[in-house]
Design a protein around this ligand. Structure first.
Ligand code: PEP
Length: 254
């Protein structure tokens, strides 16, 4: 994991009710009190404000994350939420380009780039998610797909802003399926992503940028994945909804 501080995110997706969300945060503030890895949780929008208050009241270092954002700053965009509004309720980090937004909701690379830049321009952190579909992997296109999504997603992002960018490599076929990339396959993809970052920026930016692995990370496979030299933590879906599992995963990261 080189000397990059490991970073583990919990993507709750469209799960939990208000009480369950509060109980999960309450448990995590205790179990994750003394871990050295950086941790973020990304609850559904309606719970961000109250969970943000709960995290502050507990003096927790867990970062508050949002699963999505819109790139415009205000106006007639029914149903959308701006970066300023997220910032207002204590959000520190925002996911962009998650595969469910790319492939279920239909977001384009152009939209993902606009969202990424809006978050960074407002001073928040981004976790930019990239990854190939199964047919692309089988056609040997994994590295090309990742390079393309990086190039589009990071267009206009400066080297200085890259200090607030984490990349999450999440092969689409591994998300929520119970199938995980082997540590060797994940490492190979991460190394190629780091090379692309060196091409887009320079070696210094590439070496400093954290690259999380995501896709059915569980308590029993996290340590092996996180032991790979270019894997700097994970983005966790299903297992982030369970205190014991998420805690064990974060502990495996450092
Ligand atoms: C995710 O939501 O980004 C994810 C990786 O989900 P899961 O861990 O459930 O595969």
């Amino acid at each position: 994991m080189a000397d990059r501080k490991p970073f583990v995110g919990g993507n709750w997706k469209m799960n939990l009710n208000a009480t369950e969300a509060e109980q999960l945060v309450s448990a995590l503030t205790t179990t994750l009190g003394d871990v050295s890895a950086e941790v973020a949780i990304c609850p559904p929008f309606p719970y961000l404000a109250s969970l943000g208050r709960q995290l502050s009241a507990a003096g927790s270092a867990i970062k508050l994350g949002a699963q999505d954002v819109y790139y415009q700053s205000n106006g007639a965009f029914t149903g959308e939420v701006s970066v300023a509004q997220l910032k207002d309720v204590g959000v520190q980090v925002v996911l962009t380009g998650h595969s469910e937004r790319r492939h279920v909701i239909g977001e384009s690379d152009v939209l993902i780039n606009a969202k990424t830049r809006a978050v960074l321009d407002a001073g928040l952190e981004v976790i930019l998610c990239i990854g190939e579909k199964i047919e692309q992997r089988e056609a040997g296109q994994t590295d090309a797909i990742n390079a393309g999504q990086l190039g589009y997603g990071l267009a206009g992002v400066t080297a200085a802003q890259m200090e607030r960018v984490t990349i999450a490599y999440e092969p689409v076929w591994a998300i929520g399926t119970g199938k995980t990339a082997t540590p060797a396959d994940a490492q190979a993809a991460h190394a190629a992503i780091r090379k692309t970052l060196a091409f887009l920026y320079d070696e210094k930016v590439a070496a400093a940028t954290r690259i999380q692995y995501g896709g059915s990370v569980k308590a029993n496979n996290a340590a092996e994945l996180f032991a790979q030299p270019d894997i700097d933590g994970g983005l966790i879906g299903g297992a982030s909804l369970k205190t014991d599992d998420f805690t064990a995963i974060v502990q495996a990261a450092g």
